[in-house]
Design a protein around this ligand. Sequence first.
Ligand SMILES: Nc1ncnc2c1ncn2[C@@H]1O[C@H](COP(=O)(O)OP(=O)(O)O)[C@@H](O)[C@H]1O
Ligand SMILES: [Mg+2]
Length: 315
Amino acid sequence: MNSKVAKSSNALPTQIGRVGVLLGGNSAEREVSLRSGEAIFQALLANGVDAIKIDTAGSAIDKIRAANLDRAFIALHGPGGEDGRIQALLEYLAIPFTGSGVQASAIAMDKWRTKQIWRGEGLSTPEYVVVEDSTDLAASFAALGGKVMVKPSHEGSSIGMSKVETLAALGDAIERASALDTTVILERLIEGPEYTVAILGDQVLPPIRLEAANTFYDYDAKYHSNETRYLCPCGLPEQQESELKALAYAGFQSIGCKGWGRVDVMADSAGKFYMLEVNTVPGMTDHSLVPMAAKVAGLSFDQLVMQILEGSLAS
Ligand SMILES: Nc1ncnc2c1ncn2[C@@H]1O[C@H](COP(=O)(O)OP(=O)(O)O)[C@@H](O)[C@H]1O
Ligand SMILES: [Mg+2]
C-alpha cells in the first residue's frame, strides 16, 4: 500500500489512443451511470483524449466493435457493467479497460461471495446468514443480535435493502429483497459511523466519513438528499485511520480487484471496523465520493480520470 499520492499524469493522449466511455446500460443504476460517464467523457476531452461515449443499452457488442477502440473506460454501475460481463466481452475483443477484471468484478458484485472471501482471509465483515428455505429465521435473527440489514446479494445503491429491528418485520423485508435476487442475506446491524475508502492503483485515498440524516445511507440519501454530510479528512485519529485504510486495501486486494474502486466500511461503538462491500465501478459524477477523496489527496477530477485510465495501459 502506497500512502503517497502520485499527481503527475505521464501518458500522452496519443499513447492512449481512442477511448470509449461505456455508460448507461440496462441496470437500475443507469441514470447514475449516464452522469458518471458524461463527467468522465468531459474530463477526457479536457485532457485532449480522443474519446467517444457508448451507451451499452441494446446492442453493446455491435456498438463496441464498430467504434474501433484502443481502450475502454467503464463507467457502468450495477449488473451487466460492473459484474464481469462487459469486462469479459472487452477481454474477448482484446480491448484494454479500466478497473477490475472479470473474476474480481463478478465476486465484488456479489456481497455474499465477497464476505465469504473476507471471512476466509480473516478480514472483518459483519456476521451474516444466507436465507434459505430451511433457515430458522427467528434463531438467525436472534443470533445476529436482533437488529439486521436485509440485503439482496447483487443489487447496488441500497435497492431492496431494509433495516429490520423486530422479528415481525423480517418476513416482509426478505420478500422485498428476494423480489430482486435469488440470494438474500441477513447481516448484523453495525451501529456506529460509516466510512468509505477509495483506492486508486496501489494508493489508498483519504477515507470519507458519511453522516446520513436518514435511517441508513439509502438510495435517497445517496442521490437525492442534501442532508448527508461528508467529512474528508474523516476525523479519525491517525492510528485508526491507518487501520481503516489497511483493512480496505486488504479487502480490495483479497477479491483480486485492481485499478480503482471503493470499499464501504462501518465502525461499531467500540471502534472496530467492518467491511460491507467493494464497488468496482463507483460513482464518478463531480459530487461522487471517489472524486471527493481524490480532491483531498490533491487530485483534480480530470487528473483522477487520467490516472484511472492510465491503469488500463498496464493491461
Ligand atoms: N450491516 C450493516 N449495519 C448497518 N448499516 C448497514 C449495514 N449494511 C449496510 N448498511 C447501510 O446500508 C448502506 C448500503 O449498504 P451496502 O452494503 O453498501 O450496499 P449498496 O451500497 O450496494 O446498496 C450502507 O452504506 C450503510 O449505510
Ligand atoms: Mg455501498
